[in-house]
Design a protein around this ligand. Structure first.
Ligand code: SF4
Ligand code: SF4
Length: 194
């Protein structure tokens, strides 16, 4: 057979092969990847034609042990500062005010003795090591499955968890100061009597 004929046959064969692959993809693309958990053996769904999903309307579940945005259930926080102390990058800022009265209990029954006028976690600095969650005595600081956080100003990544207003904090500081003064006066009066 002449070389030119062989070239024509080879050209057709190659074109048919290419078109077959394209056709296979077109048919497969009628199916699309379904959101599924990482525990599913078919997590990568190689047989699915379209692998992209309609984010954010569809989302792939994140692993249960995933480390994402932190959350603090402030009502359960005893303001012990352990999380801030263990944080390797110092991204937790806590201020406490000693309470002069009983301020209740956490959901696990721990007595609360400190107010938290300030509780911030700077997620822009956080390296999501999870250490803070391991030391919390009331397990009120947790890692959530929330990973998609978009902000316009990086300062917004410094998320506030305290719920006290500055006015309330000032009142608590004044109460504590008054309490300390009264206690000191009572001690002085008692020692004078002796
Ligand atoms: S996850 Fe790690 S880096 Fe982030 S706040 Fe907790 S201890 Fe700090
Ligand atoms: S370790 Fe837990 S209880 Fe202590 S300050 Fe941090 S979040 Fe609050």
């Amino acid at each position: 057979m002449k070389k030119s004929k062989l070239n024509i046959i080879e050209g057709f064969t190659t074109a048919i092969k290419g078109l077959t692959i394209t056709l296979r993809h077109i048919i497969a693309a009628r199916k699309k990847r379904k959101p599924t958990g990482i525990a599913n053996d078919n997590y990568f769904q190689p047989e699915a034609g379209v692998v992209t999903i309609q984010y954010p309307h569809q989302q792939i579940p994140v692993p249960e042990v995933g480390r994402y945005q932190l959350h603090v259930e402030i009502d359960d926080c005893v303001v012990c500062d352990l999380c801030a102390k263990i944080c390797p990058v110092d991204c937790i800022t806590i201020e406490s005010i000693k309470a002069v009265e009983d301020i209740g209990k956490t959901s696990d029954g721990t007595t609360k003795r400190l107010h938290a006028p300030k509780f911030f976690i700077d997620h822009a600095k956080c390296m999501y090591c999870g250490l803070c969650t391991t030391v919390c005595p009331t397990e009120c600081i947790t890692m959530t499955s929330e990973y998609d956080v978009s902000v316009l100003d990086i300062k917004e990544m410094d998320r506030k968890f305290s719920v006290m207003t500055e006015k309330e904090a000032e009142e608590k500081r004044e109460m504590l100061e008054k309490f300390n003064q009264e206690r000191a006066a009572a001690k002085a009066a008692a020692s004078k009597k002796e």
